[in-house]
Write a protein that binds this ligand. Sequence first.
Ligand code: ADP
Ligand code: MG
Length: 343
Amino acid sequence: MNATAPAAIEVIGLTKRYAQGKPAVDSIHLRIASGSYCCLLGPSGCGKSTTLRLIAGHESASDGDILLENRNITDLPAAERGTAMMFQSFALFPHLSALDNVAFSLKMKGVGKAERHAKAKDLLERVAMGHLADRKPTELSGGQQQRVALARALITQPRVLLLDEPLSALDPFLRIQMRAELRRWQKELGLTFIHVTHSQEEAMALADTMVVMNHGVIEQVGSPHEVYNRPASEFVARFMGGHNVIETPEGKVGVRTDHLQVLPADQAVPDAPHTKMALITDVEYQGTYVLLGLQNPGTSVTASTTAEISVMLSESTFAARPYAVGETVQLRWAPEAAHPLPH
Ligand code: ADP
Ligand code: MG
């Protein structure tokens, strides 16, 4: 981001307390670049929706400030902020046509029928829905409904579009189609999108910038590549998946499941640096790769044992030397594959 260009959204020491105890959002700082796709990611209850509602003005801040393009909007009513919200499953009014759905907020503002219909028609044309303006939501496909919802959010000419789990109620196939379309519209419109999701996969697919939250604080901000390859904490490594958290004499490190090598016990170098002995408890064929589950040696394996470490081997590596449950092996990793995980 250009350091001198104003951020689309800047959040400074933002806090929300609903009740006594730990705040739902705890003094967070964040800059979101203009024209970027930002995903707020984290487990249920970590404060994602609260952060989004604070930016939207649907919730008042207990402390801190929110700037939109350097304008302090912290105490402005929602309608005057320059933000718009798109809700879960698009939340279209079922009894209204696409055109009237899009025109709705202008109607609430008292804009005359001819003018609001002209504006709504314009926006529907922009999202390639002009020819279906008279249809009701039930007469539209999921993708078409999403475009109507987008047009409806855009009619207030927001600078920033806020989306709270917009895809989570869709079936998996439609969800993947719709996220590709959201990403396309964001680039085409050149707007800033802030999208809340609890899905790592969705955030990785969409985001220019990912903001990983936990317990009301931000654990890490970065591109999907940075966050996936250099998790800043044990929480991020575990939450993003695809990583092992391994205890070493230097402290905990994160190593990707596909960055661990497996050596049969007779080839092990005892106590070599960047190695660990482990017992295979699980072997799963996954198509292009085989997933090994492993435990510390000495663990007695029962049906309820869950793996502490996962290793992803390519199908060909596994075929060259198959491993079986119960075998003890040495895991080895390159020093540069291990990332320190501070507490
Ligand atoms: P997320 O969207 O990440 O799942 P939320 O922002 O909805 O999380 O909630 C964060 C925390 O604040 C949770 O502990 C939740 O129970 C609490 N919370 C959210 N909304 C309210 C509310 N209106 N009143 C009281 N507590 C709330
Ligand atoms: Mg939420």
